[in-house]
Design a protein around this ligand. Structure first.
Ligand code: NDP
Length: 250
């Protein structure tokens, strides 16, 4: 990495997939003075690999992004720990894709739509609203104060793929397009506090969501993303970029 990431970092959905790999690689690149808040919906759940051999720089926090009370409680726990210095980096990684694809429009319910929006959009919105981030005046960076919203190439209206199964991912794709607008609004709103806000597409990655046919491992994706994130600056706030830093049109 050209600029080391560090300080107080919060990652949502850190018990598996890309979120878990983010915590692992951030740990390899942070020092004793840094701290990672690894948030997961069920810290005691069977899949919560993140809780195994937790080093002192990691605090596991229960956080269900679809549940306002859970977000409020997590913000309180983290807020008491980071006190006046605030969070330096918030990575909104947790997300769901429902119903499991391939799914037809006819098989997609309003309940699917609402659940996906609550998790993928309302959660990141609330975490931004509670405003745990470090406020300052100066050059923006992920080291100082930033929100990274994990988005996707398939959120792009301009790049809308023709593939039938992707076209029919109604809740997921519309939620990520809404997350992109949240990114854009927050970037303008938080410019006064020098908080960088950027949407990131991690690539197509082998995880429960990405499937086994994906061309990239979580290790490769996260290596690229952390390197790219360490070089983000003012000009990247309010944009959507991929794991290599290439800009994606809205
Ligand atoms: P996974 O499905 O493997 O993991 C999703 C994570 O989100 C899990 O930790 C899950 O926790 C968590 N999560 C889901 N719902 C909630 C909730 N309500 N509250 C808290 N945590 C929740 O996904 P990936 O790791 O593949 O995806 C990570 C991010 O990358 C997502 O934002 C996704 O949209 C994005 N992305 C992924 C791509 C890929 O190819 N994999 C491609 C493009 C974007 P739990 O175990 O409790 O369900």
């Amino acid at each position: 990495m050209s600029v080391r990431l560090g300080g107080n970092i919060l990652v949502t959905g850190s018990n598996r997939g890309i979120g878990l790999e983010l915590v692992k690689q951030l740990l390899d690149n942070t020092g004793q003075e840094d701290h990672i808040y690894a948030c997961c919906r069920e810290p005691e759940g069977a899949g919560a690999e993140v809780r195994l051999s937790t080093p002192p720089q990691v605090t596991i926090v229960q956080l269900d992004t679809s549940d306002e009370d859970s977000v409020t409680a997590a913000v309180q726990v983290v807020g008491e720990r980071v006190t006046a210095s605030g969070l330096n980096l918030l990575i909104n990684n947790a997300a769901i894709n429902k119903p499991a694809s391939p799914a037809l429009l006819s098989a997609t319910s309003k309940a699917d739509m609402m659940e996906v929006f609550e998790t993928n959009v309302a959660g990141p919105f609330l975490l931004a609203k509670f405003h745990l981030l470090f406020c300052f005046c100066g050059q923006m960076s992920c080291r100082r104060s930033a929100i990274i919203n994990m988005s996707t190439l398939v959120s792009s209206i301009e790049k809308c793929p023709q593939n039938f199964h992707i076209v029919q991912m109604y809740p997921y794709r519309t939620s990520k397009a809404a997350l992109n607008m949240l990114t854009r609004c927050l970037a303008e709103d938080f410019r006064k506090h020098s908080i960088l806000v950027t949407g990131v597409h991690p690539g197509w990655v082998i995880t429960d969501m990405g499937g086994k046919e994906a061309p990239m491992t979580p290790q490769q994706s996260v290596l690229g993303m952390l390197s790219m994130m360490s070089s983000l600056s003012d000009k990247d706030s309010g944009k959507l970029v991929d794991w290599m830093g290439n800009q994606i049109p809205w």
